[in-house]
Design a binder for this molecule. Structure first.
Ligand SMILES: [Zn+2]
Length: 195
């Protein structure tokens, strides 16, 4: 990779992340670490992304709000957070994405949602409903543990198959270079570095 001319010098990816900000190649603005990406709807959502209110939740067709999604009145999904840490850099990358839940667990999630209380700290299972760059690129279903959080935080997702690259990324972290590649996948790579 070639960076600019003259007095500009290479700055390592880890330094860029650790410095807390980088000039984006496409947004023409500075991004800050920790930098999050979000999928606004499950990949199979067949309509425009237009949120209804959480409180208007309907079970009789397709529904999408900031936190809940139902398809065909029988597939239940929740907005969650899949964390990935970066080796040697404090803070975590959080991918906002969607997981399925069984109808039973979806009902439990709704029941605890307003109070933000899940007293028995349950660990549900679901399927990841979004691709995550080249960390979870394929169409193969990826099983996740869904942990509802107290205090109206979004549920956390952990990839179940310990051998999967994304599970390894979650348990061991990824390099800063890899993290910047993921950002690049979505068009938020650093522009030429400052000298
Ligand atoms: Zn950007």
């Amino acid at each position: 990779m070639v960076f600019g001319f003259g007095k500009q010098k290479r700055v390592s990816a880890a330094d860029q992340l650790a410095s807390g900000k980088w000039k984006c190649v496409s947004c023409d603005e500075w991004h800050r670490w920790p930098f999050d990406l979000a999928a606004f709807a499950p990949d199979p959502w067949p309509h425009e992304v237009a949120y209804e209110q959480n409180g208007d939740l309907r079970f009789d067709g397709d529904f999408l709000s900031e936190d809940f999604c139902i398809l065909g009145g029988k597939h239940f999904m929740v907005r969650a957070i899949l964390p990935v840490s970066v080796i040697g850099v404090p803070g975590e990358f959080a991918f906002g994405c969607w997981s399925t839940l069984s109808e039973t667990n979806f009902d439990k999630y709704i029941d605890g949602f307003d109070a933000g209380e899940y007293p028995d700290a349950p660990q549900w299972t679901g399927w990841l409903m979004n691709r995550l760059a080249d960390l979870a690129p394929g169409a193969e279903p990826l099983g996740v543990i869904v942990q509802p959080q107290p205090g109206r935080q979004r549920p956390m997702l952990w990839v179940q198959d310990e051998e999967h690259p994304l599970a390894i990324a979650q348990s061991e972290g990824i390099t800063a270079e890899r993290m910047l590649e993921v950002f690049g996948h979505y068009g938020h790579a650093p522009a030429a570095t400052e000298g």
